[in-house]
Design a protein around this ligand. Structure first.
Ligand code: CA
Length: 232
């Protein structure tokens, strides 16, 4: 069995910031490894299988978004991205690529620790209890984080999975984009409503029929989304 101490990988080329982040996470009871560039980060991620990755997007050489893309190709390790103020496009792209949360520099180390804990809690609550949801051909094996549509397996990112799960658990219920943001990150920012739309678009591409209107995830115009209710 895996030891109880959560392993974190911090990817940050600024050694001062990396040291501060490590000290705070260390004090919070995490085991921390630091990588100063993208290649080192991917090597560590593949061998150590950390519980979560804290990823600076501004890296020399292979940039943070590229590292994120590679991490997502390898699996769904939770990723929290660090960005500088004014790099909103990078943040949105990062969330679209499947990052679980972000923190804007300069950040409070305490806030960073809180965000990391929240991400890990979400992962644990997803895997905590045996639950299988079946709705209109979509089957969600919650603890295994496996989704099939008409018995065809679908690969989802952690964020897409969380959104689909929330929607499919309560067919018919309308969720606002802000509510869905809450589900993803615990913190709602209006400017990220567009990121929700991008996640939903990706989800639909993966689970909806290729032709015609969406069968499962319906748009509620001006509000948000809902999972289709079963036909009476
Ligand atoms: Ca940097």
């Amino acid at each position: 069995m895996r030891q109880d101490v959560k392993q974190l990988l911090v990817v940050e080329d600024d050694s001062q910031i990396a040291a501060i982040v490590r000290d705070y996470l260390d004090a919070a009871g995490f085991a921390v490894r630091i990588a100063a560039n993208g290649d080192a980060a991917l090597a560590i991620a593949r061998t150590d299988r950390p519980d979560a990755v804290i990823l600076d997007l501004g890296l020399p050489g292979r940039d943070g978004l590229d590292v994120l893309r590679e991490l997502r190709r390898d699996g769904d390790t939770p990723v929290l991205i660090l960005t500088a103020r004014g790099e909103e496009t990078d943040r949105v792209v990062g969330l679209e690529l499947g990052a679980d949360d972000y923190v804007v520099k300069p950040f409070s180390p305490k806030e960073l620790v809180a965000r990391v804990r929240a991400i890990l809690r979400r992962v644990e609550s997803r895997t905590g209890h045996a639950e299988i949801i079946r709705a209109g051909g979509v089957e969600i094996d919650v603890p295994r984080m496996k989704v099939t549509v008409n018995d065809r397996p679908v690969d989802l990112t952690a964020s897409e999975f969380a959104l689909l799960l929330a929607l499919a658990r309560e067919p018919g219920r309308v969720f606002t984009r802000l509510h869905l943001l809450d589900i993803l990150r615990g913190v709602a920012f209006e400017s990220y409503e567009r990121a929700i739309d991008a996640h939903i678009k990706n989800l639909r591409r993966k689970i909806e029929p290729e032709d015609g209107p969406p069968r499962f995830i319906q748009t509620v115009y001006g509000v948000g989304y809902r999972f289709a209710e079963p036909a009476p």
